[in-house]
Design a protein around this ligand. Sequence first.
Ligand SMILES: [Zn+2]
Length: 159
Amino acid sequence: MKYVIVPTTRNGKAVYFKENIYYQLKPVNPITNIIILRCKFYHYPNFRCKVKIKSYNENVISINRQHKAHQIVTENEVIMMQAKKKIKSNILINKGPIKKTFEETVNDVIANYRIPLKHAAEYAPKYKSVQKTLYKLRHETQIKKISFQVRLNLFLLIG
Ligand SMILES: [Zn+2]
């Protein structure tokens, strides 16, 4: 069965499959092309859910055991995780105020996916918690653009 790739702040891949999130455990096996992923609740203190899935070509081909009694991850939560990625790309495309782009993107996602208000309030990214990252992101891209311009000018001067 197909899984959905979700953005993550960890290194490596995270996927959503049947109401759970899994993190990639090791690099892809170069011979079999199989990827092994483990339930995100393995990393919770004093609570190690040891479910592992094997996947091949973005399909889950096996699961080793049942999940411990832990909360599930709803589709709406996953959509809001993907919204964070969309905010970042919109920040780089739009030149307007960061806060406005943030709010517009979140509102668009909530409207397009018809996320109930209760879930939206719970899972939508909070501006305060991402503000710094977003400013940094735009600032870094501006620096890259400037230094490219400087290099180009130098090149033109010397050439
Ligand atoms: Zn689990």
